[in-house]
Design a protein around this ligand. Structure first.
Ligand SMILES: O=P(O)(O)OC[C@H]1O[C@H](O[C@H]2O[C@H](CO)[C@@H](O)[C@H](O)[C@H]2O)[C@H](O)[C@@H](O)[C@@H]1O
Ligand SMILES: O=c1ccn([C@@H]2O[C@H](COP(=O)(O)OP(=O)(O)O)[C@@H](O)[C@H]2O)c(=O)[nH]1
Length: 465
C-alpha cells in the first residue's frame, strides 16, 4: 500500500487528546489507522524570524511521523490570521461584512504555501498519496506541481464553499479556483458545496462538466465530490464509558435530574451563531415561563483566534448577553446561563452530552459540525436527548431526524427548543435510532476510505505528462 502523506495547517499527536477543532480530531483518527506522514505548521510563532523561513521538526508518534515547521511572526500574521482567517474564513462562511481584504495578506499566504511545499517535496516518495486539507493550503498542489511533483494529490475543504457571486468577492478568486485544478480530487463536506463549485466553474471559468463529478478547465480535469466527514462512533461511545466522562456525568446528573439541561459546545466563532442562540434562549424563557427556575443553558465557548478583532468583539458581546439574561431571569438558587470560556477536554465532553436533554447546534454556517455527531454517539439509547440542529450546518444534509431550525428565526427556534424539551420518550428514541444509524454508516473510517478510494481510482494522466 502506498504511504499516506497528510498536509494540514494544524498537526496534533494522534495519541494525545486533540485540541478543540474537528479537523485535528478527524485527521488523527484517519492517520493512526493507516500510518504515514503528517506535515504542517508546528503551532510555534517565532518573534523576529525571517519571512519564508522556518525551522523543521520531526518526531515519531506510533506509526505516524509528525513533521512540522515553525512560522515567523510576519508569516503567521499574514498567512494564518490575515488571508486564511481574515479573508477566506469569513467569505467562505458567507460573511463578506467581516472580511478584511488587506492587499498585504496574499503575499504571506503564497509565501508560506511555497515554503511548506519546498520543505515537503524532498520528503516525498514517488508513490506517496498526498492528502491536503483546508483553506489555508489551497495552492499547495500548484506549488508542488511547479517543482515537478507527479504524485496523486487530493484536497478536502472542511469549511463551506459559498455561492459563486460570494466567492467572486475575493480579489484572487480565479487564482484560488485555478489552484484547485492542480489536484486530482477535490472533496467537499456537502452536496450544497459541490453545487456551488459546479456553478462557479461553469459560470466564471467556462469549465466543461464531463460527468457528475469530472470538471475540465485550465487544461486539466478535476474530480469534485461530497465526502461528509464523520466521527469514530465506537471510539466516542467508549470515551462515554471512560472515567473522565463518567465523573462528569455523575457530578452533573443529580442537579439536572431536577432541572433541564440545554448544552452548546463550540469554539468561540461568529460562524457558530452564539449571540443568536442566547437571544433564542432568552425568548424561550419569556415565551414559555414554565422553564424559569428549571431550564439551564451550559455554553462552552472555547477560545479561538483571539488576535483577530472580530473574535474579541464577539467575546464581549456574548459576555454581555449572558450577564443580562442571568440578571433579568436568575434567582438566588438558579442561574439560567452557565458560560465557560475555556476548552473542555474532549474526554470529559461525552459525560456532559449524556446529561443534556437538548443539544443546541445552531451555527449560521458550518462546514460539517462534529459536535452534533458526538452528541448523538454519547446518548443513552433508552433515554436519549434531542438534537436541535441548524439547517445551515453541513451535518443537516445527513441528520434529518434532528429538529432542524433556522438560527436567524429566534421565535421559531425557541418553539423548536420547547418541542425538544417536551418530546415524548418514544419519539426521542425513534429519532435517536435513525440518527445513530446515519452517523454509523458514514463515520470517519468511511470518510477516509471513500476519499482515498476516489483519489487512487481517478485518471491522473494530466499530472503525469
Ligand atoms: O485551527 P483553528 O484556527 O484553531 O480552528 C479549528 C478548526 O476549525 C475548522 O474546522 C472545520 O472542520 C471540521 C471537521 O471537518 C468541521 O466539522 C467544521 O465544520 C469546520 O469548521 C477549520 O476548518 C479547521 O481547519 C481548523 O483547524
Ligand atoms: O471545549 C471544547 C470544544 C470543542 N471540542 C472539540 O472540538 C471539535 C469541534 O469540531 P466541530 O467540527 O464541531 O467544529 P470546528 O471547531 O472544527 O469548527 C469537536 O471534536 C469537539 O469535541 C473540545 O474538545 N473541547
Amino acid at each position: 500500500m502506498s504511504r499516506l502523506v497528510v498536509v494540514s495547517n494544524r498537526v496534533a499527536d494522534p495519541r494525545k487528546a486533540a485540541a478543540a477543532g474537528g479537523l485535528a480530531v478527524a485527521l488523527g483518527d484517519a492517520l493512526s489507522v493507516r500510518g504515514g506522514l503528517w506535515f504542517g505548521w508546528s503551532g510555534t510563532v517565532v518573534e523576529g524570524g525571517t519571512p519564508g523561513e522556518g525551522e523543521m521538526h520531526s518526531q515519531q508518534a506510533g506509526n505516524v511521523t509528525l513533521t512540522t515547521v515553525d512560522l515567523c511572526r510576519e508569516d503567521h500574521d499574514s498567512y494564518y490570521l490575515g488571508y486564511s482567517n481574515g479573508v477566506l474564513w469569513p467569505v467562505f462562511h458567507y460573511r463578506l461584512d467581516l472580511a478584511d481584504f488587506d492587499a498585504g495578506f496574499i503575499g504571506g499566504y503564497r509565501r508560506v504555501n511555497q515554503m511548506l511545499a519546498h520543505k515537503l517535496m524532498p520528503q516525498l516518495l514517488p508513490d506517496d498519496i498526498i492528502w491536503v486539507h483546508d483553506y489555508h493550503l489551497i495552492p499547495m498542489a500548484a506549488e508542488l506541481r511547479a517543482m515537478g511533483c507527479k504524485n496523486r494529490i487530493g484536497f478536502f475543504l472542511h469549511i463551506p464553499l459559498p455561492p459563486p457571486l460570494i466567492l467572486a468577492a475575493i480579489p484572487q478568486h480565479e487564482w484560488l479556483v485555478r489552484a484547485l485544478f492542480s489536484y486530482d480530487v477535490v472533496g467537499f463536506q456537502s452536496e450544497a458545496d459541490v453545487a456551488h463549485f459546479s456553478r462557479y466553474v461553469g459560470q466564471e471559468v467556462g469549465a466543461e462538466a464531463l460527468d457528475q463529478h469530472q470538471f475540465r478547465a485550465f487544461g486539466r480535469t478535476v474530480h469534485a465530490q461530497a465526502f461528509p466527514i464523520g466521527i469514530d462512533v465506537d471510539e466516542f461511545a467508549a470515551l462515554t464509558h471512560g472515567k473522565e466522562a463518567r465523573d462528569m456525568f455523575e457530578s452533573m446528573k443529580e442537579e439536572y435530574s431536577r432541572r433541564r439541561l440545554l448544552l452548546g459546545v463550540e469554539r468561540l466563532d461568529y460562524s457558530k451563531g452564539l449571540p443568536q442562540r442566547l437571544r433564542t434562549f432568552q425568548k424561550l424563557l419569556q415565551k414559555y415561563p414554565e422553564n424559569l427556575n428549571s431550564a439551564t443553558l451550559i455554553q462552552i465557548a472555547s477560545p479561538s483566534r483571539e488576535a483577530l478583532d472580530t473574535y474579541s468583539g464577539l467575546r464581549q458581546e456574548l459576555e454581555s448577553l449572558c450577564g443580562s439574561i442571568n440578571g433579568d431571569f436568575g434567582e438566588l438558587d438558579w442561574m439560567p446561563v452557565r458560560y465557560i470560556h475555556r476548552n473542555v477536554a474532549r474526554k470529559r465532553l461525552p459525560g456532559l452530552y449524556r446529561v443534556a436533554r437538548v443539544a443546541l447546534v445552531t451555527p449560521l454556517r458550518d462546514g460539517m459540525n462534529l459536535v452534533a455527531k458526538e452528541f448523538i454517539a454519547a446518548q443513552d439509547p433508552a433515554d436519549p436527548g434531542v438534537l436541535v440542529l441548524s439547517r445551515f450546518a453541513g451535518a443537516a444534509e445527513q441528520l434529518k431526524e434532528a429538529l432542524l431550525v433556522n438560527p436567524y428565526d429566534t421565535d421559531g427556534t425557541a418553539d423548536s427548543i420547547q418541542r425538544a424539551l417536551q418530546m415524548p420518550l418514544p419519539e426521542r428514541q425513534a429519532r435517536h435510532q435513525k440518527l445513530l444509524a446515519s452517523i454509523r454508516s458514514q463515520d470517519v473510517h468511511w470518510w477516509r476510505k471513500t476519499f482515498l478510494d476516489a483519489l487512487t481510482g481517478v485518471d491522473t494522466s494530466d499530472h503525469r505528462r
